[in-house]
Design a protein around this ligand. Structure first.
Ligand code: NAD
Length: 498
C-alpha cells in the first residue's frame, strides 16, 4: 500500500508509528496510508526550518520573488497531475480540482510582488536632523494547519505569502487528503527554495497541539471547523503566538423579488451543490423575500436540480462527485433526517443514491428542503454537504437579519437589481465577505479572505495585505545623525516634535 511520509529538509522522512487511512471516495476503499507524526517529528521539522530561515530571510526580496515566479510556472506545468491527485483523495471533479489549484496559484502570483509589498515607510525630517522609518521583518518559523476541502488552495494561501516574506513554514495538512500538499512542497523546492524553508508534517491532534505549544513557532494559521479553530486560536494565543484561525460557515443567498431569477437559480445550484457542498463559501441557505419569489424560485430550483449529474471525479459531465468519507456522508444524512424531524419540508431527497459501478462510493444526490425556520438546529449548524435549505422571509430586513444573527459570518450573497438595497446590504450585514449578484464572493488574491463571528478567530485575514501583515512584524526606527557644532541636549523630559 502507498505510504505518505513527512517532507523535511527537501526529502521524504519516515518513521514507524501510527498511520491514518486515506480513502478513494469514489470507490470507498483505502488507497494509501499517511504517517501520523509524534512530537519528535515536529521538533525535527522545526529545527530544520529554524536553521534554513536565517539564510532565507537574508536573501533579498527580489530573489525570494524569483522562487515564487519559478514556482508559479511549475504549478502550471503540473496542473493536470495535481488536479488528478487531488480528485482521487478528495473526490471533487477534476475541473473543480483545477479551480482549487488555480485559486491557490493566484496567491503565489500575489506573493511574486513581495519586494513591493514588504516595503516600509520613511519620513524625512520628523524633527531637527531626525528621520523615522519602518520596516517589515519576517517572524521566523511559522506554521499552517489546513482542512480537507481545499488541499491545494489553502496550503498555497498560507505557505506562499509566509515564505515570500522570509519566514520558514511548517505545514500540517489534513490527514484525509495529504498527497497534494506534499507534491506542492516538492515543487517549491524544485523552484529553488532552500531545503528546510518549507517542511510538511502529517498528523492529527497530537501535532496540532505541539504546533500551538512549540516555543520556536511564532505564528499559527488555521483553517477548519469552528470548534477546532477556536481551540487552536486560544491555545496558540495562550502561548504568545499570533494566530489567524478560520472556521465553519453557513452562508445565505438572499433573493429579492426584482432579481434575475434564471441567473440566480444557476448561481444557487453551482454554489449549493458544487464540490458536493464541501466549500466554506458554499451557499447552503437560500432566502427568498416574499411568497411570490419563494414559489417561483422553488419551482425553478426543482427543475434545475433534476438536471444535475452526480458522478465520478473523472467524469467531465459530472457537476459534482462523492463526499470525502463514509463518516461524513452519514453525518450529512443525519442532518437531513434532523431537518425533516424538525418540521422542514423535504422537497428533494438526495439520500439513497447509488452510482452504478461505484456502489461503495460516498455519493449523495442533491437534497432540497423548504420551510426551514431559524429555530431549527439543522439551520443553525453547518452541514457541509449537497443540501440546500430554503428559509422564507417576508421582508428584506428580515432576510438581512437572518444572516446577521447567524452564529457564522463567512460569506453572504444578495441577488437583486436594486442598487440602493445592495449598497445598504453591503454596508450593514454582519458577515465578512459579501457578494452582490456573485454567489461565491471569495476575494481575489490581492484583497484578503476572512469571515466574522464564529467563522474567524483572530484579527487578521488570509492573503492580500493582511497576509503580509500577519507574517511580518513592523520595526520602527527613529534616527538622528549629528551634523556637528550643536549644543549637547541634556533634557530629562520625553522628546517631542514641537
Ligand atoms: P477539521 O476542523 O476537522 O480539520 C481541520 C484541521 O484540524 C485538520 O488539519 C485536522 O487534522 C485538524 N484537527 C481535526 N481535529 C482536531 C482536534 N480535535 N484537535 C486539533 N486539531 C484537529 O475541518 P475539516 O473537516 O478538515 O474541514 C472542513 C471545515 O473547514 C468546515 O467546517 C469548513 O467550513 C471549514 N473551512 C473553513 C474555511 C474558511 O476559510 N473559513 C475554508 C475551508 C474550510
Amino acid at each position: 500500500m502507498r505510504r505518505i511520509s513527512h517532507f523535511i529538509d527537501g526529502a521524504a522522512v519516515s518513521e514507524p508509528g501510527r498511520l491514518g487511512d486515506v480513502y478513494a471516495p469514489t470507490i470507498g476503499e483505502v488507497q494509501a496510508q499517511v504517517e501520523l507524526a509524534e512530537v519528535g517529528m515536529l521538533d525535527r521539522a522545526v529545527a530544520s526550518a529554524k536553521a534554513a530561515q536565517v539564510g532565507w530571510a537574508a536573501t533579498n526580496p527580489q530573489r525570494r520573488a524569483r522562487v515564487m515566479f519559478a514556482y508559479k510556472a511549475l504549478i502550471e506545468q503540473h496542473m493536470d497531475e495535481l488536479a488528478e491527485l487531488l480528485s482521487s483523495e478528495h473526490g471533487k471533479v477534476v475541473s473543480d480540482a483545477k479551480g482549487d489549484v488555480q485559486r491557490g496559484l493566484e496567491v503565489v502570483e500575489f506573493a511574486c510582488g513581495v519586494p513591493h509589498l514588504m516595503k516600509g515607510e520613511y519620513t524625512e525630517g520628523a524633527g531637527p536632523g531626525i528621520d523615522v522609518y519602518s520596516m517589515r521583518q519576517p517572524l521566523g518559523v511559522v506554521a499552517g494547519i489546513t482542512p480537507f476541502n481545499f488541499p491545494a488552495m489553502i496550503p498555497l494561501w498560507m505557505s506562499s505569502v509566509a515564505i515570500a516574506c522570509g519566514n520558514a513554514f511548517i505545514l500540517k495538512p489534513s490527514e484525509r487528503d495529504p498527497s497534494v500538499p506534499v507534491r506542492l512542497a516538492e515543487l517549491m523546492i524544485e523552484a529553488g527554495l532552500p531545503k528546510g524553508v518549507l517542511n510538511v508534517v502529517h498528523g492529527d491532534k497530537v501535532i496540532v497541539d505541539a504546533i500551538c505549544d512549540h516555543p520556536d513557532i511564532k505564528a499559527v494559521s488555521f483553517v477548519g471547523s469552528s470548534d477546532i479553530a477556536n481551540y487552536v486560536y486560544q491555545r496558540a494565543a495562550a502561548n504568545g503566538k499570533r494566530a489567524q484561525c478560520m472556521g465553519g460557515a453557513k452562508n445565505h443567498g438572499i433573493v429579492l423579488p426584482d432579481a434575475d431569477l434564471d441567473q440566480t437559480v444557476a448561481d444557487m445550484l453551482g454554489a449549493a451543490y458544487g464540490s458536493a457542498g464541501e466549500r466554506c463559501m458554499a451557499l447552503p441557505v437560500v432566502v427568498p423575500v416574499g411568497e411570490q419569489t419563494a414559489e417561483t424560485l422553488r419551482a425553478k430550483l426543482i427543475e434545475g436540480i433534476e438536471t444535475l449529474k452526480v458522478g465520478v471525479s473523472t467524469d467531465a459531465d459530472a457537476h459534482y462527485g462523492p463526499v470525502v468519507s463514509a463518516q461524513h456522508k452519514a453525518r450529512i444524512e443525519d442532518y437531513i433526517q434532523m431537518a425533516v424531524d424538525e418540521g422542514s419540508e423535504l422537497v428533494v431527497d438526495g439520500r439513497g443514491f447509488s452510482l452504478q459501478g461505484y456502489e461503495d462510493g460516498y455519493f449523495l444526490a442533491p437534497t432540497f428542503l423548504d420551510r426551514v425556520t431559524p429555530d431549527m438546529k439543522s439551520y443553525q449548524e453547518e452541514i457541509f454537504g449537497p443540501v440546500l435549505q430554503m428559509v422564507r422571509a417576508e421582508t428584506f430586513e428580515e432576510a438581512v437579519n437572518l444572516a446577521t444573527q447567524h452564529q457564522y459570518g463567512n460569506g453572504v450573497a444578495l441577488f437583486t437589481r436594486n442598487g440602493d438595497a445592495a449598497r445598504r446590504f453591503a454596508s450593514t450585514v454582519e458577515v465578512g465577505m459579501v457578494g452582490i449578484n456573485v454567489p461565491i464572493p471569495v476575494p481575489v488574491a490581492y484583497h484578503s479572505f476572512g469571515g466574522w463571528k464564529r467563522s474567524g478567530f483572530g484579527d487578521m485575514d488570509q492573503y492580500g495585505m493582511d497576509g503580509i501583515r500577519f507574517y511580518t512584524r513592523l520595526k520602527k526606527v527613529t534616527q538622528r545623525w549629528p551634523s556637528g557644532g550643536s549644543v549637547v541636549d541634556q533634557s530629562f523630559v520625553i522628546p517631542t516634535m514641537k
